[in-house]
Design a protein around this ligand. Structure first.
Ligand code: FES
Length: 195
């Protein structure tokens, strides 16, 4: 005969086991917007760039790179075309050596007459002969390299690719900035002469 106490104990134990079983599995529920949260956290970890959104962050953002690259190429091309457009009468240095005319320049103080190409400055030509001629900026922005052409007006014998120092009166007197002066005729030059 089954004891009622034993039955009651069995039922109680069974209920306990069932209760313990269903009390497991209480992990934190996955929020619906988990994917969004993770995406935002990852986005915060990506350093900001100077480029305009969204191309640099888009998947396969090579399109943006191509666009930037194309812009850079465009700029480079623009620079090249500007260089190509330099007028030799403004800057004779663009004339190729094998196309350049050659003139006799007498350097009075150095005691020699040398051949100077029309694409070569009077200063460079002198230095090629190892003469220690005066200069500073080499850009026509000071008078350290100034010299005096004894033949007449400087404009009749040289072209300045840049002249930020000498006025017309000084040019008419024959003064020149030798670092930016390209010969257009035979001439006689006194180096180290300032107006
Ligand atoms: S070195 Fe300055 S103008 Fe020639």
């Amino acid at each position: 005969m089954v004891e009622p106490l034993a039955v009651a104990l069995g039922v109680t134990l069974t209920l306990l086991v069932v209760a313990v079983h269903y009390s497991k599995g209480t992990e934190k529920p996955i929020p619906d917007d988990m994917a969004q949260e993770v995406t935002e956290r990852r986005a915060e970890m990506v350093p900001e760039t100077e480029f305009a959104e969204p191309m640099n962050r888009s998947i396969g953002g090579g399109g943006g790179a191509v666009a930037v690259g194309a812009g850079a190429e465009g700029e480079a091309a623009g620079e090249l075309s500007e260089e190509e457009e330099v007028d030799p009468s403004d800057d004779p240095s663009v004339i190729p050596d094998d196309e350049a005319d050659v003139f006799d320049v007498e350097y009075v103080k150095e005691g020699e007459t040398v051949a100077v190409r029309e694409n070569q400055t009077l200063l460079d030509a002198g230095e090629e002969n190892d003469w220690d001629l005066p200069y500073a900026c080499r850009q026509g922005q000071c008078v350290s390299c100034a010299g005096h052409i004894t033949n007449g007006s400087a404009d009749d014998f040289i072209i300045h690719s840049n002249n930020e120092m000498l006025g017309q009166e000084e040019l008419d007197d024959g003064y020149t900035l030798t670092c930016v002066a390209y010969p257009t005729d035979d001439l006689t030059l006194e180096t180290g002469e300032t107006p």
